[in-house]
Design a protein around this ligand. Sequence first.
Ligand SMILES: [Mn+2]
Length: 411
Amino acid sequence: MSSFSFIHAADLHLGSPFQGLALKDAAVAAVFVEASRKAFSMLVGLAIERRVDFFVIAGDVYDGDWKDNKIGLFFNREMARLERAGIPVYLLRGNHDAASVITKTITLPANVHEFPTGKPGSVKLDQLQVVLHGQGFAERSANDNLALSYPAPVSDWFNIGILHTSLTGREPHAPYAPCSVDDLRSRGYDYWALGHVHDYEVVAKDPLVIFPGNLQGRNIRERGAKGAVLVTVEDGRIEHERLIVDEARFAQVDVAVGPDDDQAAILRRIEQAVQPMADDMAGRMTALRVLLSGITPLQGAIAANRQQWRDEVEAACHRVHEDIWLEKLELRLEPPATQVAEADGALDLRQLLAEHAGDADIAMEASRLVDEIAVRLPGGLGATATPLDDSPEALIEEARQLLLARGQGAG
Ligand SMILES: [Mn+2]
C-alpha cells in the first residue's frame, strides 16, 4: 500500500454570523467577524506547506444561502490556491449547504470534486490506490440512514467514507443521516471522515471514525481550540493529528465566590482563574464568559450594578492578558440565608423562587416572551436560534438574581 496524507475538515460554516458577541471594541469585534475565513485560509496554507495529497471536506462549507457572491468568491480563491499546489479537494453538501439551500453559484476550479446527492458516489485515486465514497444532502434534512447504501469497499485499496451525520445523536446537533458506528463498520472501510458535529471527537479507532469539529468557534457554546485533522498513512499504518487553525476563541471560567470575599477578593479570584488561559490561547483573541457562583452578601449589589461589575471583570481579564475580552458575566449567586430572612420578613423570597425553579409553566411563558420580543428586535436578530442570545433558563436565572437583589433592598 502506498504512503500518503490528507486533510479532513468539516463545518466551515462560511458566512455564519457571530452570535452573542456584544464586544464594544470595534477592532476586537472585527477579528471575530473575519475569523472563520482566516481559519480556513490558515488550513489551506498548512495543506500546501505539508504537501498533502488531497483535501476532504465533510459538509457545511457554507452556513446557508449566500447574500451575494462574496462568500463564493472567497471559497473559490482558496480552492484555486490548492489547485495551483496540485491538491485535489473532495467535498459534499451537509444540511446547511444542501443542494436545495444554496441558490447562487461561482464556478469552482477543476480540482474540486463534489459527491452526488441522490445516491453515493465513489472516486478512485489510482496512483495512491485510495478510493473515496460519499453522498451529499439534497435537502436540509436527511432522515435516511445514508451510510447503509454506501458501496462495498475496493479490496486492497484504502477506502475512505465521507458522511455528514449526527450518528445515533449528538446534542445539540440536529439528527441527520442517522447511523450507528456499527453501520459504518459494516462498510469495511479504513477511515470515516465525518462532519456535522462541531466538537472534535475520535468516535472509534477500528476503523478510525472522526469528527474534526468546526474550524472556528462561533459562539460561547463552541469553546476551546478548533481545527481539522491531518491523516497520514504509511504502509497501512494510520496516524492522525489535529491542526489547530482557529483565529479567535471562546472560553469560559467558573469562579466560586466565598462568603467573606469583598470586591477586591472576588476580582483576584477571577484573575487567578483566568491566568492558565493566557498561556493556552497562544496569542489568539479570546472571548471569555465568567460564571460567578456561591453565597455572598454582595449578591444584591452585584446584580443591581451588573454593568459596572461586568467592566471591572473585563478589567481583571485585561490585567492577565490584553487579548482576553469579556463575552458575558453570568451570575449564579445566592445571598446568605440570614440576609434574606431579615430583608423579607414574612416572605422568604429565595425559598419561593427555589420552589418554582424548573417550573415548566414559567419556562414556557419565558419562551413565549422571548419570541414576542425577538420579532421586535432590529437587524434580523430574531432570525437566529437564540434571539436574546441566551436560553430561557439563563434569562430566568438573570431575573432571579435581580429579584433577590430587590428583596434585599439593593435594587
Ligand atoms: Mn451540519
